[in-house]
Design a protein around this ligand. Structure first.
Ligand SMILES: NC(=O)c1ccc[n+]([C@@H]2O[C@H](COP(=O)([O-])OP(=O)(O)OC[C@H]3O[C@@H](n4cnc5c(N)ncnc54)[C@H](OP(=O)(O)O)[C@@H]3O)[C@@H](O)[C@H]2O)c1
Length: 332
């Protein structure tokens, strides 16, 4: 089969190579999947650069979530041949490939309401949004939610989930194209981090109160601005550091303004509370069937263009999710 492999760390377009490798075989408890769609996540870029919290042995295949079709089951593995499933192929053998092997216990049914690319983009981004907004921040209807990188992968999911929860959503983006996307997603107010005075605009929009919940996948300057426009008893959810710098919060500031800084590592719930992850998948499937959420696909690219797609996400120029669809014609 064909698979992208990383032999040395560096920029995605320089270090990802499309190679012919032996077809993988499912072991006991495993399923062999044909990759129908593999979603690009920011961590794919960090993995290429060697900057992710996990450093798989070289060479490895990036691609942390897919929609696949079951081709075969190993000994003792429950799985119906032909079923369409969501899965997270374990590194070093990720999803930017024609085939993937995954533990049968970790696959979930792909929602019927979503096509392959949308389904591939449902899991990590929306689960992270759900746990961040509901479990960590306890977002309530009528509250104001500020989402950084609102036109991005996890950001666009948080916007949709925030609207579904009855919040007023302020989206912060970089540039006019992304601002248009954020408005189309349903943001009540969109701010361009490059040209707008974010702090003043949030205060004006909230009658001086500030945002009740901030969802921050960016860090750096985004975090610095958030603490200046967070409401009394507000909650800042620390989701990631796509901007490249990790803020050092001033705890005296959190004390005098009565706000909470909440860390979120969604992946931990898979071991700490797997039942909650299952319940969340059911809820997300229901919301997708009702049309309340629908992953924003910024482009579908064939397997041969995966490295360019990962580079665009690394450079911060992508909108929504870019999805690798092996064999598909590119649409951007
Ligand atoms: N905590 C968790 O459990 C969890 C789970 C999933 C993802 N994450 C994290 O969430 C973050 C977002 O992931 P994603 O896959 O959804 O990516 P993404 O939001 O689609 O892309 C990153 C966005 O960050 C913004 N950005 C600001 N400065 C940037 C810079 N210097 N370089 C690149 N981007 C920059 C850009 O949007 P604007 O130009 O609009 O600002 C860009 O589109 C990542 O840090 C990821 O690791 C965390």
């Amino acid at each position: 089969m064909k698979a992208w492999r990383v032999h040395a760390n560096g920029e995605p377009r320089e270090v990802m190579r499309l190679e012919e490798v032996p077809d993988p075989q499912p072991g006991p408890g495993q399923l062999l999947l044909r990759v129908r769609a593999a979603n690009v996540n920011f961590p794919d870029a960090l993995l290429c650069r060697g900057h992710y919290q996990v450093r798989p042995p070289l060479p490895f295949t990036p691609g942390v979530e897919i929609c696949g079709e079951v081709l075969a089951a190993g000994d003792g593995a429950a799985g119906e041949v032909g079923a369409r499933v969501l899965a997270q192929p374990p590194l070093p053998d990720g999803g930017f490939a024609e085939l993937a092997v995954v533990d049968a216990a970790t696959v979930r049914p792909a929602p019927e309401a979503l096509d392959d690319a949308e389904a591939a983009a449902l899991h990590i981004g929306y689960q992270t949004g759900w746990f961040g907004l509901h479990r960590r921040a306890r977002l309530r209807a009528g509250e104001t939610l500020l989402v950084h990188a609102a036109a991005g992968g996890v950001g666009s999911a948080a916007v949709q989930l925030g609207k579904a929860a009855g919040a007023q959503v302020i989206g912060v983006v970089g540039g006019a194209d992304k601002a248009r996307t954020a408005r189309e997603l349903g943001c009540d107010l969109v701010l361009d981090r490059r040209s707008d005075d974010l702090v003043a605009a949030v205060k004006e929009a909230t009658g001086g109160r500030g945002a009740d919940v901030v969802y921050d996948p960016v860090g750096g300057d985004a975090y610095a601005k958030s603490v200046k426009c967070i409401a009394f008893e507000g909650r800042i959810v620390v989701v990631g550091f796509a901007g490249g710098s990790i803020p050092s919060p001033a705890l005296n500031h959190a004390l005098v303004k009565n706000y909470a800084i909440l860390g979120l590592h969604w992946g931990l719930y898979n071991t700490k509370d797997p039942a909650a992850v299952d319940a969340c998948h059911e809820e997300l499937t229901k919301l997708a069937a009702q049309g309340v959420i629908k992953p924003l696909i910024g482009g579908r690219v064939p397997l041969a263009e995966a490295a360019e797609a990962v580079q665009r996400v690394a450079d911060g120029t992508s909108v929504g999710r870019l999805v690798v669809v092996p064999g598909a014609e590119a649409t951007r």
